[in-house]
Design a protein around this ligand. Structure first.
Ligand code: FES
Length: 145
């Protein structure tokens, strides 16, 4: 039921961990399954030079975060912003329909990290500010902060 790529990125995920002094951090959670994903970005001159993730979640969420981080590394902020969960799922040679929402988590965590980066640097990134993130974990963040 899972592609080889999903299995590969699940058993051997790339870019796991955290960045000590990140330029942007994004955390999102899925209210239904309770899974949480956190993305750390290092940005230099508008290019994502490093990215790490931590995912407390299912195999598809881990494979999606691994693939998504690979896809935005070395890319510009704008390119990362345009990464869709569909593109992540396609790069994994597909996810079962019931697991598509797991890849949404990766897209949203990246967007949230980019929002954090923009906010910290007073940047107005076109298309970024009006992104609505369906984040059910606001209360979780408040506790953490
Ligand atoms: Fe929760 Fe996959 S089941 S992210």
């Amino acid at each position: 039921m899972y592609s080889q790529k999903v299995m590969d990125h699940f058993t051997n995920p790339r870019n796991v961990g955290e960045i000590e002094t990140p330029d942007g951090v994004g955390e999102v959670g899925n209210a239904k399954c309770g899974d949480i994903m956190k993305i750390y970005l290092k940005v230099e001159e508008n290019v994502i030079t490093d990215v790490k993730f931590k995912t407390y979640g299912c195999g598809s969420a881990i494979a999606s975060s691994s693939m998504a981080t690979e896809m935005i590394k070395g890319k510009t902020v704008e390119e990362a912003l345009n990464l869709t969960n569909k593109a992540v799922a396609e790069a994994l040679d597909g996810l079962p329909p019931v697991k598509m929402h797991c890849s949404v988590l990766a897209e949203q965590a990246i967007k949230k990290a980019l929002q954090d980066y923009a906010r910290k640097n007073n940047l107005d990134i076109p298309g970024l500010t009006d992104i609505e993130i369906d984040d059910d974990h606001d209360h979780h963040e408040e506790i953490e902060d």
